[in-house]
Design a protein around this ligand. Structure first.
Ligand code: ATP
Length: 509
């Protein structure tokens, strides 16, 4: 994760505390720690009833924007993208070819005192401006940890008394002066060593037959290895894309920042295959399209940063990479990666062609049967990181309402589009309410909520980000109208009961 500079006055004055977001997500059923009743398991999360709906809405909207109604290309015609759902476990050679076995590793340091392990590129060494005191290693982007650590180890000092150096840039000779993040003694960090992030599993019934396989570290490789199958079985021609959404697994050393860095997460990846000469054009095209996508589903453009990688930051095969970063509360005023868009050249197809010994060249009928390995542009987004960005963006403290907060979801993303609330739980109100619910539910995701006083029910709907509530009361019986309440303004108006679906359709347009 890379940080870039930018400041936002508002966010600095009224920082949103991640603890409040995590607590709302658990209280209202968006996200739970995995294995909660067993004390959890670090780096894994379960999505509750509303979190699942939100994640599905984001997934479906991405699928629609890629596969069902892909964007219009520079020639004025919609581009071609087809979908795929490949297996999580593949032949282990796939991961050798892709470079994940052997290469998919991060430099790690261990602490000899606490036995804790850290990713070296995630540690910052605070080098005191005054030579005599020790250097203090902290975990990047963890303000709370920094404050506690300074209080404990350098009383009276502030961050300005130190120079900040990435641990990967610290001379090994200086490791002896560093106090590790949780250590009491100085000089307990080992030299960085490589650690593979792929999860291993065994395939086969008996111990003797078992072969080692890997849970996929990304969805992209499933696309590359099916590129030929798709070409041979469908009517796509260059340029075209293959899109896939699904789980990916990485044995992250320091899972942190809530669901941002998990060990099991979901990705939405598309590989765009094109003629080598056209790759730069398509790289620019996809950068723009992907930026528009996140804005369309409600991320404020001030909170999005398009960050082109500098030449020395690119992996050796990449001809260009741009990260779409979001200003998460735990990175603010800096940004954290949400999606990476990379011009990968022909690296992946070359690797798979060599390792599988299968020809993957394309014979282009529109270019005089020119034979070439296509180049690839890859917009690779995190579905679960997207869910986190949507929740952070929507979280709006508001002391003027009973819940004190509401989720300002774009209606397209909101888990529930409307709630139907009979004022009384008995008598005519719930009967009319259920009838209305039955009339709406085929078209909209609606919630029928009967119990508790109306204030508490509005509070719940505000906290789960439902844009509209319709209340059935005695007036409904006498004049056939209901109260329509708008989430953001809390404004209420009476509308005819038989016009509710029209009203909702109009509002959600
Ligand atoms: P990072 O630098 O944050 O580790 P990356 O550059 O390794 O991410 P990619 O391999 O490009 O990530 O994966 C594409 C997308 O998958 C990322 O932009 C991110 O949204 C998501 N992603 C990657 N690792 C994780 C993770 N551990 N937890 C949640 N999402 C992740």
């Amino acid at each position: 994760m890379q940080a870039a500079e930018n400041t936002d006055q508002n966010q600095e004055e009224n920082p949103i505390d991640m603890k409040d977001i995590v607590s709302l997500c658990k209280r209202r059923g968006f996200i739970f720690p995995a294995s909660d009743i067993y004390g959890g398991i670090n780096g894994f999360w379960d999505y509750g009833p509303l979190g699942t709906e939100l994640k599905n809405n984001l997934r479906d909207y991405w699928w629609k924007s890629m596969v069902t109604t892909p964007p219009v290309g520079p020639d004025g015609h919609p581009v071609q993208i087809v979908g795929l759902d490949s297996a999580i476990i593949q032949n282990p050679e796939v991961w050798v070819a892709s470079g994940h076995v052997g290469g998919f590793s991060d430099p790690m340091v261990d602490c000899k005192e606490t036995q804790k392990r850290y990713r070296a590129d995630h540690l910052i060494a605070l080098k005191p401006k005054e030579e005599s005191s020790p250097w203090i290693a902290i975990i990047e982007d963890d303000e709370e940890f920094l404050e506690k650590r300074l209080k404990k180890t350098a009383k009276g000092k502030s961050i300005t008394d130190f120079d900040q150096v990435n641990l990967t840039d610290v001379d090994l000779a200086d490791y002896g002066k560093i106090l590790a993040p949780d250590a009491k003694e100085v000089g307990t960090l080992t030299e960085p060593k490589e650690f593979n992030l792929l999860f291993e599993t065994g395939v086969g019934a008996s111990e003797q037959d078992k072969t080692t396989a890997y849970l996929r570290g990304e969805t992209a490789q499933g696309i590359f290895i099916n590129y030929k199958n798709v070409l041979d079985s469908s009517r796509v021609k260059m340029p075209f894309g293959i899109a896939q959404v699904g789980k990916a697994f990485r044995n992250e050393v320091n899972p942190r920042n809530y669901i941002f860095r998990s060990r099991e997460f979901e990705q939405m990846e598309m590989e765009w295959f094109c003629h080598p000469d056209e790759a730069p054009k398509w790289f620019e095209f996809w950068k723009e399209e992907r930026q528009k996508f996140w804005q369309k589903i409600g991320l404020n453009s001030d909170n999005i940063l398009m960050r082109d990688h500098a030449a020395d930051e690119l992996v050796f095969y990449s001809k260009g990479t741009c990260d779409i970063e979001y200003k998460y509360p735990f990175t603010a005023p800096d940004f954290g990666e949400l999606e990476g868009i990379a011009n990968r050249g022909d690296y992946d197809l070359t690797q798979h062609q060599e390792h599988s010994k299968t020809k993957l060249e394309y014979l282009d009928p529109e270019r005089n049967n020119e034979k070439y390995l296509p180049h690839v542009i890859e917009p690779a987004a995190g579905l679960t990181r997207g869910v986190l960005a949507l929740i952070c963006e929507a979280y709006t403290p508001d002391p003027n309402r009973p819940s004190g907060v509401y989720l300002n979801f774009d209606p397209k993303m909101a888990p529930k589009k409307a709630a139907i609330l009979p004022l009384m739980a008995k008598g005519e109100h719930p009967v009319i309410a259920e009838k209305l619910y039955m009339a709406l539910r085929e078209e909209f995701a609606v919630d029928l909520d009967i119990k508790q006083n109306i204030g508490k029910r509005y509070a719940r709907q505000d906290e789960i980000g439902t844009p509209y509530c319709f209340t059935i009361d005695d007036e409904t019986i006498s004049d056939g109208t209901v109260t329509a309440r708008e989430r953001n303004t809390m404004a209420q108006e009476r509308i005819p009961l038989d016009k509710v679906s029209e009203y909702l359709r109009e509002k959600l347009k």
